[in-house]
Design a protein around this ligand. Sequence first.
Ligand SMILES: [Ca+2]
Ligand SMILES: [Ca+2]
Length: 201
Amino acid sequence: MKQIFFPCGKFDDEYSNFLLDDCLYTTGRACKHGACLGSQCYCNDGYGGKGCDMPDANECKYRPCDVFGYCTNTLGGYFCACHEGYEGDGATCRDVDECKIPEKAARCVENAECCNLPAHYTCKCKAGFVGDGFVECRGETIFYICVLKTFAKSTQFLSDVDECLGNTACGSNALCVNTVGNHTCECQQGFQGNPYNGVSQ
Ligand SMILES: [Ca+2]
Ligand SMILES: [Ca+2]
């Protein structure tokens, strides 16, 4: 409520009206059949107009609009409109299929697909791609290859045979060295020849 200066401590009916009805002070119009809150007159049921001084039915209380719409009461009538993301006359509202609107669908990057949702939409990466759909959808292929390579290596390691355990892997007098998945044959110091066939001093 606004501060009012009372000359000579006067407090007559005119001033008391200002105090009781802030709307009268701020807008110059009394809030006749309603409640004044923050300089706005909120009308009692059955009244309308800025000062709530006109008879008006609030049709909105009968919820005449679609569940996805909203109602605005007006003096002598009302109107319906749809919430954002819906289209129609308010009495009937249906979801907007943003994927059919070229400029919205174009926000989906390469390898993403547009998915319509109630009230909005999203961009989703296609199978085999990861990302948020709006900034990027990168391929998962490289990742898979790395995993497969690691898996193959570990499998190879686990299944490695130590050929050197048998005495037939290298030629006679040669040195056998086991490796992952294979082996090599080398000459011992002071020996000559092909270590795979046999060496001699
Ligand atoms: Ca009305
Ligand atoms: Ca939608």
